[in-house]
Ligand binder design. Sequence first.
Ligand SMILES: O=C(O)CCC(=O)C(=O)O
Length: 275
Amino acid sequence: MIRLPRSAPSNQVFRGLETDGALIVEGFLEAEKLMTLKAVVTALADQHASGASGEARFWQAFHGSKTKRFTGIGLHTEIFFDLLEDELLQTLGDALLTTSGSQYWMNTCQAMIIGPGERAQMLHRDCDNWSSVTSLLWPNCPELTFSMILALDKVDEAVGATRVIPGSHLWLDHSRIGDPNDAEAAELAAGDALVYSGKVIHGGGENQTLDRWRWALHLSFVVGWLTPEEAASHIFTREHVANRSERTKRLLGFSAFNPYPARGGRLWLKDFQTW
Ligand SMILES: O=C(O)CCC(=O)C(=O)O
């Protein structure tokens, strides 16, 4: 898998995504912020049980019965907002997600803490969250979403590193879901990030350990004309975003969608007005 230092020019990262569909950015988050973020997520994890409670069987299996997942990280730390403003993520988002419309949302930001004994997650493409679009347009589907998995601690294969099939974003057959034997574990040092296209086949790894958790944070973005996974504007209040940038407001759903220069109507309006 391609590995680039955080200092690499963003066009190299972009090219890596184009060729492989996924790559590792080493040292994505600086040590001090990483320590704070890890402390916040660890404290929150204590308040969350493993498994997807009260959900349909598919989601129980998809999320993992021994895995803790939770959102709303930005209610507890400013570092969430720093990530939204991150220069590299902004450059990638602008390059990848604005070809089919001028704006995009945060899709979700969630802790993904894979517990000891968890089975490997099924391989999948994140863009199939919107499968009614992907199944119609594949293989000519625009990029709908891209994601980052940020390691809050060392993430090795044994603990459940994300498994990726590099190049699978270019497969012509949408029904081809890949062979787990072809997947590579994206091993990360604390602070490294796996960045990947919504089209690339991947899945959380099996946690083969008896007592180690896979500490990671997922952050993803989605084009502005689709509904994001997480209803951020129902999690954060107007006060949370009042003094923040237009970008952050837009990412979290506190701003209308204007499709200019692509064709299409304005969306997410208030009484026919953009806001
Ligand atoms: O936990 C991981 O490494 C990946 C999880 C994932 O791909 C997902 O839940 O969509």
